[in-house]
Design a protein around this ligand. Structure first.
Ligand code: PA5
Length: 455
């Protein structure tokens, strides 16, 4: 289909960059039985409902609830939607907003009744930024969506406490329900029960459930990402259709027919056999720049593990790096081409941009600019991308390429879904638990203790 995502691993292969740095056909063949074995396990886990991210797009009931709730809240004419959340509770929304709304969305969008709100994803606790946000987004004009799977994350809870105080002070306790929506684990479930439920009960807040079997970094297609997307008028049906289209491709057991498995195999072999201990995600598109950020969390938190599934010490994981083409050609590419050959570079390409922008036929006194005159910025972007890929190949640096025919709900959903499936397969190849994050949890507990809490 015209909107299908394409992957191209040819420049990561030994034929392109030599056996020392590229994956050989024999190595791919060798890993096939492991992929098949992992596929069977992943399918069984899915069927048993162990990990729910695979089928979030099948949950039409949640989709309807999200749409209906967004329509109701939109009637209040908020000027701002503020997301209070961190890590997996924030990065997916940021990726969707940057991809599917313009870089200048907040500046360009009309505010107030009948219009969509601006969006601010507050994924940190820098007091200066937060204070400025509270000034920019006063409670009377703002809907705060507090998102925390555990409902117990210090950063997010502190943000919520500040927002609730501001609303209560100005309009009284009863007004809080008009300005705060909660997204968290279902009631009474989860290791530590969500503290957001007692808050919701006290103030009568709308609560969205985030499925218990979906981890934060795999939650973009749950209520976590869907409600903000609905508030901004994104096409949720197209998002789900994109997931379904990629789900069908990722359901194939055959590695060569499954883009997620093939990419996982390439990244895994590159890391473990070719010393490519870093995985760069480099979109050549401003819209996709935060997909790279989202990918960094997904890849790092899922695969960076001390222990394997059998309990042994393994210390796995590639270090993910985000870059942006063409911008970072003027910052990082020097290192990628001439520094240590320890990276696999994932280039994200857009087949067709929304607009075509012609470079004018002017500044005629400068003959040096003849090659630009009358061409398009689109053509220049494509040339920069191809030039970089070719230059990297000349330096024997492996490149894996993903092409989105264009950027829209359907293709972005395919991309995120594929990267999630790829991560799940990569976790199996490394033999680690892809879905936990003991290293993060410990840090959270220590910080809580330092603040005088129970740890
Ligand atoms: O992927 C994850 O599970 C983490 O990054 C969490 O999303 C992050 O730590 C925030 O946790 P919570 O949503 O429970 O507040």
């Amino acid at each position: 289909m015209a909107l299908d995502l394409k992957i191209d691993i040819s420049r990561a292969m030994a034929d392109a960059v030599g056996e020392e740095h590229g994956v050989t056909k024999a190595e791919l063949k060798e890993i096939e039985p492991r992929i098949a074995e992992a596929h069977a396990i992943l399918r069984k886990e899915r069927a048993d409902g162990v990990y729910g991210f695979w089928s979030l797009h099948e949950d039409k009931k949640t989709l309807a609830d999200v749409k209906e709730t967004a329509d109701e809240f939109l009637k209040n004419g908020y000027e701002n939607l503020v997301i209070l959340g961190i890590g997996g509770s924030a990065l997916g929304t940021t990726a969707l907003v940057t991809a599917l709304r313009s870089k200048f969305y907040n500046i360009m969008t009309k505010r107030g009744r009948g219009n969509r709100p601006r969006i601010f994803v507050m994924d940190n606790i820098d007091p200066d930024t937060f204070k400025k946000m509270m000034k920019l987004c006063p409670p009377q004009k703002t809907l705060y969506n507090v998102i925390s799977k555990s409902g117990n994350t210090a950063e997010t809870m502190s943000q919520l406490m500040i927002a609730v105080e501001a609303i209560e002070k100005k309009f009284g306790k009863d007004a809080v329900k008009k300005h705060v929506v909660v997204t968290s684990n279902p009631r009474g479930q989860g290791a530590a029960k969500s503290l957001l439920h007692p808050v919701a009960d006290e103030y009568g807040l709308k609560c969205f459930d985030m499925p218990l079997n979906v981890g934060g970094r795999f939650s973009v297609f749950s209520t976590v990402g869907l409600f903000p997307a609905a508030m901004l008028g994104m096409d949720l049906d197209a998002l789900f259709e994109g997931c379904a289209a990629m789900d069908a491709r990722c359901a194939k057991a055959e590695m060569k027919e499954n883009p997620a498995y093939l990419r996982a195999a390439i990244q895994y072999i590159a890391d473990t056999k070719k010393g490519k201990v870093m995985s760069v995600m480099m979109p050549y598109s401003d819209a996709l720049r935060d997909v790279a950020d989202w990918y960094c969390q997904l890849w790092a938190e899922s695969l960076g593990k001390k222990h394997g599934l059998d309990g042994s010490e393994v210390y796995t994981g590639q270090t993910p790096i985000k870059a942006l083409g063409a911008t970072d050609q003027h910052s990082q590419i020097q290192l990628y081409r001439e520094g240590p050959n320890n990276k696999l570079i994932n280039v994200l390409e857009v087949g067709r941009f929304e607009s075509s922008l012609k470079i004018p036929d002017n500044l005629k006194s400068l003959t040096e600019l003849e090659y630009l005159r009358g061409k398009t910025m689109n053509k220049l972007m494509a040339a920069e991308l191809q030039g970089t890929v070719d230059a990297l190949t000349l330096s024997k640096r492996p490149v894996s390429r993903i092409t989105l025919p264009r950027v829209n709900e359907h293709t972005v959903a395919q991309l995120l879904y594929m990267l999630e499936a790829e991560t799940a397969m990569a976790g199996r190849l490394y033999g680690v638990n892809t879905f936990d994050q003991p290293g993060v949890e410990e840090g959270k507990q220590i910080a809580r203790k330092l603040m005088g809490g129970k740890g």
